[in-house]
Write a protein of this length. Structure first.
Length: 202
């Protein structure tokens, strides 16, 4: 995947935010940022093993495999402003899933840096995780758990406080119009309801 550098804008360049000086060092100092996402020269490569055939060094078997780098994402530069809707479109194998995986912290870039809400992803991954959500292509639901139980579980994973968790769950159910079936097992929900539940989880 190759994305050309973003157009010049009046927004200042993104800089990493220093952690807050408090009794909770894991919480970074939050300052307003014009960009929701900033990607700078991000690349991702994997080792690829290939058969060398007859072209082998002396002493090696003819089917010896050697490692070579396979670059999936190559030097991506991208800005997404707050409130902006951005679609990442490309053919299969172009690196879309890999780039999203790096944005949410599942994979570490081989090169480059990523900022989310002005925070360096590598330095403040734990805090950023509580501020973003991803809805996968396939529903990741347990058949026996209800819609409300799913949201309660994932809310705890996002470190929502016990006092605010029930209200946040109810608000999410109302937002995706699942309040009437909140206590119904996910196996009994329609396909469209399960997709809405996955969106609420994200």
């Amino acid at each position: 995947m190759r994305v050309s550098p973003p157009r010049r804008s009046k927004s200042p360049p993104i800089q990493p935010i220093s952690p807050a000086k408090s009794t909770r060092p894991s919480t970074p100092t939050l300052t307003p940022s014009p960009l929701a996402i900033a990607i700078r020269a991000v690349s991702k490569s994997y080792p690829r093993r290939e058969k060398c055939g007859a072209e082998v060094e002396e002493g090696e078997h003819e089917n010896t495999c050697r490692s070579k780098k396979h670059e999936v994402v190559c030097g991506v530069n991208l800005d997404v402003a707050r409130g902006e809707r951005f679609s990442l479109v490309g053919p299969s194998g172009s690196g879309k899933t890999t780039l999203v995986g790096m944005l949410i912290g599942l994979q570490r870039p081989s090169a480059g840096r990523i900022w989310i809400d002005g925070l360096d992803l590598q330095r403040h991954h734990a805090h950023i995780h509580t501020r973003i959500g991803v809805c996968p292509q396939h529903d990741l639901l347990w058949p026996e758990l209800s819609a409300r139980e799913h949201l309660m579980f994932y809310g705890r994973l996002k470190n929502l406080r016990p006092r605010s968790l029930p209200g946040a769950v109810q608000a999410s159910l109302n937002q995706v119009q699942l309040a009437a079936v909140a206590n119904r097992p996910s196996r009994a929900l329609s396909g469209g309801m399960r997709r809405r539940l996955s969106l609420a989880i994200a």
